[in-house]
Design a protein around this ligand. Structure first.
Ligand SMILES: Cc1cc2nc3c(=O)[nH]c(=O)nc-3n(C[C@H](O)[C@H](O)[C@H](O)COP(=O)(O)O)c2cc1C
Length: 338
């Protein structure tokens, strides 16, 4: 019998597959199916901080109707009806999910300012969340904002939330930082217990006929896993916080790659949208088969074995990879041409 147990954010988990933030887990029926399929934790769909702001301004509007007090700064946001859940509904989902299953339930906030995050984090803790994932999707579109400004703001937010709650906090990071190891070390110092690599960047597409810029959402493919593996493998052993990988995890092979790179857990979302929740149990069965065949007794034995500090040749993780990849390609092309 293979031991699948692992730890993440100081929580004991019965396996390496966590369901990442997705509307799939909005229904309690699905939360139960997720546990039954063998997932070891669930990150709930996110509550958007803008939604908290809109709800509180909508309340102000109701109280002061006719005074035109609604600030213009909120005009660019979708209507309240476009959000998936109300703030109260979200806390209720935490409570009901917590009561329904034994696996850890992590709340998720998509936010940008300290006030909103701290309040939500405290409420989530009170509602029974076992941990919090903070999604830090911020885009620097203002030329006067420096990289250092962006990082400082992020660290202040994390510090504020970590001080406000007792439950562990993970940070879902964007890949667009110049020095990821340095930033992750600072997140650790600010109190984060885990880092989630990486947020997907939903770039809008351009319609050249209608001259419109449109939001797009495509499910991932396993090719998205590679930058995540790369950074997990670099971080492993150099930071003391836990590592989760999200983005491109579809199969048992992908899960193994995540753990071998140094991840504590692999998160799944697109694969569940494509194949259904029960895909988790098929992946776990494949994982068991693979490990058993190679006489591993636990998944923990594989952790970090392909990390940068474990492999004899670290050049694939460094600049050497760039040079090797490009020169091997030109060689192949030259051979094929003759
Ligand atoms: C339909 C859908 C909704 C999502 N909603 C959220 C969300 O509310 N908060 C969040 O942090 N990530 C959200 N994500 C991102 C996923 O949690 C995940 O990080 C990302 O899709 C990469 O994993 P995957 O390759 O397994 O899909 C969503 C993804 C999808 C496809």
């Amino acid at each position: 019998m293979i031991d699948f147990s692992t730890t993440y954010l100081g929580l004991k988990l019965n396996g390496p597959i966590v369901v990442s933030s997705t509307p799939i887990s909005e229904s309690i029926e699905n939360v139960l199916r997720i546990e039954e399929s063998g997932a070891s934790a669930i990150v709930l769909t996110s509550l958007f901080e803008e939604q908290l702001a809109l709800e509180s301004h909508a309340l102000d509007e109701d109280l002061s109707r006719g005074t035109n007090s609604f600030p213009e700064s909120l005009d660019y946001l979708p209507d309240l009806g476009d959000y998936r859940m109300t703030h109260e509904g979200y806390l209720d989902t935490i409570r009901r999910s917590r009561d329904a299953v034994r696996i850890p339930i992590l709340a998720s906030l998509h936010g940008a300012t300290k006030g909103g995050w701290v309040r939500f984090a405290q409420e989530s803790e009170e509602a029974g969340a076992d941990g919090i994932e903070l999604n830090t999707y911020a885009l620097a579109t203002d030329a006067s904002q420096t990289s250092a400004d962006v990082e400082r703001q992020l660290l202040e937010l994390i510090d504020g939330v970590c001080r406000a709650v007792r439950i562990p906090v993970a940070v879902k990071l964007s890949q667009s930082f110049t020095s990821i190891p340095h930033l992750v070390k600072q997140l650790e110092d600010a109190g984060a217990r885990g880092v989630v690599l990486f947020n997907r960047f939903y770039q809008p597409d351009f319609d050249i006929e209608t001259l419109e810029v449109r939001p797009t959402l495509h499910f991932s493919t396993p090719s998205e896993l590679l930058p995540r593996l790369h950074w997990a493998a670099i971080l492993y052993g150099h930071v003391n916080l836990d590592i989760a990988i999200t983005g491109g995890v579809h199969s048992a092979e992908d899960v193994l790659k995540c753990i071998m790179a140094g991840g504590n857990v692999a998160m799944m979302c697109s694969a569940l949208h494509i194949h259904g929740i029960e895909h988790i149990s098929r992946v776990l069965a494949d994982l068991r088969y693979w490990l058993d065949k190679r006489e591993y007794t636990s998944i923990a034995e594989t952790r970090g074995c392909l990390s940068r500090r474990s492999v004899p040749d670290t050049s694939p993780f460094d600049r050497g990879n760039y040079i090797k990849t490009l020169s091997s390609y030109s060689l192949r092309q030259t051979v094929a041409a003759f």
